[in-house]
Design a protein around this ligand. Structure first.
Ligand code: PEP
Ligand code: MG
Length: 587
């Protein structure tokens, strides 16, 4: 049994066999064999090793002939490893003495080899571990043969373990069989983490090196509340997690009722709790969780599947689905926010050569440069908005010039639709995300030119503190409670309140109950959050008074470090959470 820790990004507990992605790429269906089957299974292993050997020898000859001797040597090295008698002896021993299946035994032994290479502290040898992974893949391919199961066609539950998952890979995970995922890299506010929440798959990111410690098919416990991953748990641990899982499910079920109705503080001030969504299918689900509307619909995920750009009709159908689910409640549709870690296949050429993905071409800058693309989306939003309560929001606005350009293009689209005699909504409110420090600093000027603000703390924090939101190496520098971040948020809220326009926080900070009293104390009356968090937040709002929140904000604003602010906020939030919710919400 081995325990590892990472950043918990999506709650709940999952227990299932491991699927080690990127190396294994397919599931090992059986970890153990029947006690009497050892001879047959050893024979199967020998046959597979023989086949792999023949394949490698053929590849060696082919590569040497067509590309040169040094390329042939790559396969020769694999072949040498395969023919090392210690390898087959060790695998056969696990089959005969521990009843491991040949697939499982092979990955256990080969991963042990890879790990010892990685630990030698020599870069060259560490990279040779990749040769072992290559060999593992070939051997598994031959052992599993026709029974091989690709990630996209799973037939049984797994926990996906990977070095990294891109947002598009995450979006494509099959919710029915992928019970959780864990990655070596990644940060708390990365889009992959956000998607895990949307898909309601327990997830942990930023674990660091651990893939060589786990073999495909081994049982894994993922505790997405605490960021703990347990590989090959012993019986008592497994039993205790199964009980914990059942208890948490019961609490979550009871909690679901708190999502119903508008939440008011004890002194009667309503606080809207809106939902963040990425896919149209989530709309109904967000509704069921108690969303008072949609505060952020990340439309770029429409582009994350498929290899061509979306048509106006495809945009229209997606938007209608969300608008219809919410009736007269507000639906805030954010225009395309691609770039950085969100690069759709259909737009690869747009981002070719971008040097620094977080500071390079992304978001509204793409829309302003590719005007036709932008216009297609704007037309669809305005047409879909008929009969709904739709708000339009521009992401990553950094200057008044950009905002004015975006509004000009919107004006052009309105004129086009009018000329064409199309039916569309003219009265759509137009707002902007405040997520670039320049926009936060100039909030009072922007407030005169938009109908609402939505504070994107995920990006705002990374740009203010110079800490990539998706990089676990700088996770300790990325803190929503940093005094500089709080000062900027407060400034934006004040600017909005002075101008009489609504302001929301739609970054992940709003989904964490710890920050809720602080945000209300700063003057916010609306948050937009991951739908899973809605019931806990509404339950908490009903126990808070505005003066309590203002007092908390006052005390936090006098602190000079994120650490002090964090511990004060944790202590305060605990007073307003039900005991049983504490365990879930404050992990
Ligand atoms: C944000 O930056 O806080 C935000 C909500 O936008 P995204 O996470 O999609 O970048
Ligand atoms: Mg953002």
């Amino acid at each position: 049994m081995l325990t590892k820790y990472g950043i918990a990004v999506s709650p709940n507990i999952a227990i299932a066999p491991a699927l080690v992605l990127g190396v294994e790429d397919f599931r090992i269906p059986n970890t153990f064999i029947d006690v009497n089957a050892a001879d047959v299974e050893v024979e199967r292993l020998r046959q597979a090793m023989k086949n792999v050997g023949e394949e490698l020898a053929a590849n060696e000859a082919l590569a040497a002939e067509h590309m040169g001797k040094e390329y042939g040597a790559i396969f020769a090295a694999h072949l040498q490893l395969l023919r090392d008698p210690r390898l087959s002896q060790e695998i056969e021993k696990l089959i005969r003495e521990s009843n491991h299946s040949p697939e499982h035994a092979s990955t256990v032994v080969l991963r042990r080899y890879a790990k010892s290479l990685q630990q030698l502290g020599n870069q060259y040898l560490a990279e040779r571990a990749n040769d072992i992974f290559d060999l593992e893949r070939s051997l598994l391919r031959h052992l599993l043969g026709e029974k091989r199961e690709e990630l996209s066609h799973l037939t049984a539950p797994v926990v996906v373990l990977a070095y990294d998952l891109t947002p598009s890979e995450t979006a494509a995970l099959d919710r029915k069989f992928v019970k959780a995922f864990v990655t070596e890299v990644g940060g708390s506010s990365s889009h992959t983490a956000i998607l895990a929440g949307a898909l309601e798959i327990p997830a942990i990111v930023g674990v660091g090196n651990f893939l060589t410690d786990v073999a495909g098919g081994e049982t894994v416990i993922v505790d997405g509340d605490h960021g703990t991953i347990i590989i090959d748990p012993d019986k008592p641990t497994l039993e205790s997690y199964k009980k914990k899982e059942a208890r948490q499910q019961k609490i979550r079920l009871q909690l679901a009722a708190c999502g119903e109705g508008l939440a008011e503080t004890t002194d009667g001030i309503p606080i809207s709790v809106l939902g963040n969504i990425e896919f149209p299918d989530e709309a109904v689900h967000a509704c069921n969780r108690g969303a008072d509307g949609i505060g952020l619909y990340r439309t770029e995920f429409l582009y994350m599947t498929g290899i061509r750009e979306k048509t106006e009709d495809e945009h229209y159908s997606a938007y209608r689905k969300v608008i219809e689910a919410f009736g007269d409640r507000a639906v805030t549709i954010r225009t395309l926010d691609v770039g950085a870690d969100k690069v759709p296949d259909s737009m690869r050429q747009v981002f070719r050569g971008v040097q620094n993905r977080e500071l390079g071409l992304r978001s509204i800058r793409v829309s302003l440069e590719y005007v036709d693309l932008f216009k297609t989306q704007l037309r669809a939003i305005l047409k879909a908005a008929v009969g709904g309560n739709v708000k339009l929001m521009f992401p990553l606005i950094g200057s008044l010039t950009e905002l004015r350009q975006a509004k000009m293009i919107l004006k052009d689209v309105i004129e086009d639709l009018e000329e064409e005699g199309e039916s569309f909504a003219r009265d759509v409110k137009v707002g902007m995300m405040v997520e670039v420090p320049s926009a936060a600093l100039m909030a009072s000027k922007f407030a005169k030119e938009v109908d609402f603000f939505s504070i994107g703390t995920n990006d705002l924090i990374q740009y203010v503190l110079a800490a990539d939101r998706a990089d676990p190496h700088v996770a300790k520098y990325y803190n929503p409670a940093d005094p500089a971040v709080l000062l900027l948020i407060r400034g934006v809220v004040q600017a909005a309140n002075n101008a009489g326009i609504p302001v929301t926080v739609c970054g992940q900070m709003g989904s964490d109950p710890k920050y809720l009293p602080l945000l209300i104390g700063m003057g916010l009356r609306e948050v937009s959050v991951t739908p899973q968090a809605i019931p806990v937040l509404k339950d908490m709002i009903r126990k808070l008074s505005i003066s309590d929140c203002e007092d908390i904000y006052q005390r936090v604003s006098e602190l000079e470090s994120a650490r002090d602010a964090d511990s004060l906020l944790k202590k305060e939030a605990a007073k307003y959470l039900h005991n049983e919710n504490m365990e879930l919400a404050m992990a």
